[in-house]
Design a protein around this ligand. Structure first.
Ligand code: GLC
Length: 736
């Protein structure tokens, strides 16, 4: 392969060594490159194509090579490993006219080789440091694989568990979603993108994708600007304030204009209001999908609409590739718009240091050193145990006390693939620890009898009898049930929220044996499990716990680790309650069971099966002495809200103490409560701790009726407790 210093590198090295702000230097260099680029080369930078990577290794489509060599590709996704990305990078740097380096992107959503719990499971840990750490390790492993860019964090607020992509985010709450978004961006981008152990983050899917009608993926979202700004946009803003370098448009139609062509979103809010100066990439082929949306008649018009709205890079549709040059020639778009987009893309490549050294991420020897290292596995195990939510524990069934005969059953008990969840990067099932392995390792294989009982989705109940027979000879039953990894994530909406197949029949037959029944549920969404909530002796929500999930579960079931997970989403009684979340508006007829004409159902309570923030420990946490001082305050003052938490149980436990507020009267109706803080405290048996929060007027701010953002004087109820339905509260008054 010819080796020569590309024109731009020679040009760049000759630039006067003025010491100017790095950004200013980049701007000068970017402008210098831009001045050399042909229109085709500029449009090439706006073209993102998927690799032909197949499970058996890379395959390079001939046209693919030609595209790269002609400078018609600016970035590639789904190409990974240092060798493969280096091979492609050399094509771009050494065989194109200008040698502009490629960006390599991939969905590293909750791990690259070491797979962490699905993001909703990470969120259930309520441990922001652990969440940031998981993102950092995932980034380290991905960078070793030659990647520069991850399509994460996904920050879509999800209030409808029928929507399978609930699995990929941080749940239903905006305030907590903001915190998790920041933590994940910090983990991905670190302190300096020039560090080859960092990636460009790509916050997605902008915006309100989780508000899909009927929970059906890709469906229309139609919501007020108030709700858009109060509920769905803040985590994107939080991610951008944390420095997210790129953002991805969503598939959905938002209030009549698809997000990919929505100038209000991409320019008014993103650029004008938030000052975002990174680049915007579409989701997979979402530009031509605007034809199906019915907002344009052909791909050329879709390309023009997307560019006008503010889209810089076209993922996989080649709409920009085939149409922008002609649109310029026809005067339908201006080359200056293309220059602006290319500038933002080239600046990102500068930020990564790719113009200094296009091969800086090509370090094959790094892969073996970091992928699935002991330290990474330990971190995955740590957040996995923290992600597990104990929902029920009748008669202290858990922790298991050195049982001699455990019957392990259920279709998720020994499925390595399902431990990974969806969007599992380059994770390999064979590296996963299942619940079966975890229990055998912890208690001894001779004490664990595994009888599958049934499958996940099939209706074959022939295996139930064998499980029941085995249960009769066991001291305790551990049943691993739920969904397959493929039943959540993208294009995986469900109209029901029950256990698929004949799993409930299996559990009911096991329950009839009278043996203690411990149920572990694996899923990427909240499932409506009323029978389990009543009949399981113990119930643990495991989400998809990742590479080390089995060991993490064994630690919690054995009591080696006391469960500390808390729900980041509301668990409904039935799909009929959906969308259900902890903080709706009060309505003019709040539910009153004694009054017919109030807001309720005839056939189910309004309350969920388990509320947002809920989770049990092996301790018995008691909250006393809630107080707030001063009870009357002005915007210059801080209210100190405190409570004493005591562990009255026999075991140590980590409690997530949550602070909620309710604005009793507003210029707009307000949610019945809003999470405004949490603290995790670990208490030994008998130990008490005073937990204190500082609350200021700005914590009570919202988008007021006049369109300004701020707090309004009046009364507020402050709640501190273990979940969103905690009733104990104090009232304070904000005065002007
Ligand atoms: C998918 C997803 C998006 C992902 C992208 C690239 O369709 O919607 O989350 O990052 O394509 O794989």
């Amino acid at each position: 392969m010819r080796r020569f210093i590309p024109i731009l590198l020679a040009l760049w090295l000759g630039l006067p060594g003025l010491v100017v702000a790095q950004a200013g230097l980049w701007d000068r260099q970017v402008d210098s490159i831009l001045s050399l680029m042909t229109l085709t080369e500029k449009i090439g930078q706006m073209n993102l194509l998927t690799s032909d990577w197949v499970q058996t290794g890379p395959s390079l489509r001939p046209s693919y090579l030609a595209d790269i060599q002609a400078g018609r590709v600016g970035a590639i996704f789904n190409a990974h490993t240092a060798d493969y990305t280096c091979e492609l990078q050399r094509l771009a740097v050494e065989e194109t006219r200008l040698g502009i380096p490629l960006l390599f992107g991939f969905d590293v959503v909750h791990g690259y080789k070491t797979i962490f719990p699905m993001p909703i499971g990470e969120a259930a840990s309520w441990d922001l440091a652990a969440i940031e750490g998981a993102a950092r390790i995932s980034t380290r492993e991905a960078a070793a694989a030659g990647l520069h860019w991850t399509f994460a964090p996904m920050v879509d607020i999800a209030r409808d568990p029928r929507w399978g992509r609930m699995a990929e985010g941080a749940g239903e709450d905006t305030w907590y979603g903001n915190e998790v978004a920041r933590a994940r961006v910090r983990g991905i981008q670190g302190q300096d993108l020039a560090d080859p152990q960092t990636l460009l983050a790509c916050v997605k899917h902008y915006a309100a994708y989780g508000a899909a009608q009927a929970g059906r993926d890709y469906h229309t979202t139609d919501l007020s600007e108030q709700t858009l700004r109060e509920v769905y946009l803040p985590p994107f803003q939080a991610a951008i304030e944390a420095g997210a370098a790129t953002i991805m448009t969503a598939f959905n139609d938002l209030n009549g204009i698809p997000a990919t062509g929505n100038r209000f979103l991409l320019d008014q809010i993103l650029r004008q209001e938030w000052g975002f100066d990174g680049f915007v990439v579409t989701d997979y082929s979402s530009i031509p999908e605007m034809i199906q949306h019915g907002i344009v008649g052909d791909t050329a018009a879709a390309a023009a609409l997307a560019l006008d709205a503010g889209v810089d890079m076209d993922m996989q549709a080649s709409a920009y590739y085939y149409h922008l040059a002609r649109l310029v020639a026809e005067g339908k778009i201006d080359e200056g718009q293309i220059d602006a987009a290319v500038r933002r893309i080239l600046r990102a490549k500068y930020a990564l240091g790719l113009f200094d050294d296009p091969y800086r991420y090509c370090q094959p020897n790094q892969e073996a050193a970091v992928w699935l290292s002991d330290a990474h596995r330990a971190a995955a195990r740590d957040i996995a145990r923290k992600s597990l939510v104990l929902l029920r524990n009748q008669g202290a069934t858990l922790p298991l006390r050195s049982p001699d005969r455990i019957l392990l059953t259920g279709p998720l008990a020994d499925s390595q693939r399902d431990m990974l969840g969806s969007w599992s990067g380059a994770g390999e099932a064979e590296s996963c620890v299942t619940l079966k392995t975890g229990l055998e390792t912890r208690f001894g294989a001779e004490k664990v009898r595994f009888v599958p009982g049934c499958g996940i989705e099939d209706g074959d109940d022939q295996g139930i009898a064998a499980a029941v027979r085995a249960a009769r000879r066991a001291e305790v039953i551990v049943a691993a049930v739920g969904e397959s990894a493929a039943m959540s994530g993208e294009a995986a909406s469900r109209s029901e929220l029950d256990l698929p197949g004949v799993q409930l029949e299996l559990l009911q037959a096991l329950k009839a044996t009278g043996k203690p029944l411990v149920v572990v549920v694996f899923s990427g969404r909240a499932l409506a499990l009323p029978w389990l909530a009543e009949q399981a002796d113990a119930l643990v929500m495991a989400w998809f716990p990742g590479t080390e999930g089995g060991h993490a579960l064994a630690e919690v079931l054995s009591g080696d680790y006391g469960p500390s997970g808390r729900l980041p989403v509301t668990v409904p009684r039935s799909v009929g309650q959906v969308p259900i979340f902890y903080n709706p508006k009060a309505t003019g007829r709040p539910m009153d069971p004694q009054q017919k004409y109030t807001s309720k159902y005839l056939d189910v309570p309004n309350t969920p099966l388990f509320p947002f923030g809920y989770g049990l420990t092996y301790g018995e946490m008691v909250y006393e002495g809630l107080q707030a001082e001063p009870s009357v305050f002005d915007p210059s003052q801080t209210v100190t809200v405190s409570v004493t938490v005591t562990n009255r149980g026999p075991q140590a436990g980590t409690e997530t103490v949550q602070l909620y507020v309710r604005d009793l009267v507003g210029s707009l109706t307000r949610p019945v409560r809003e999470l405004k803080g949490f603290q995790q405290v670990t208490l030994a048996p008998g130990e008490s701790r005073v937990v204190t929060f500082a609350l200021r007027a700005e914590d009570l701010a919202f988008l007021r009726r006049d369109g300004t953002y701020g707090a309004e004087p009046g009364h507020f109820d402050l709640f501190i407790g273990p979940h969103a339905e905690s009733a104990e509260h104090v009232r304070v008054k904000l005065v002007p």
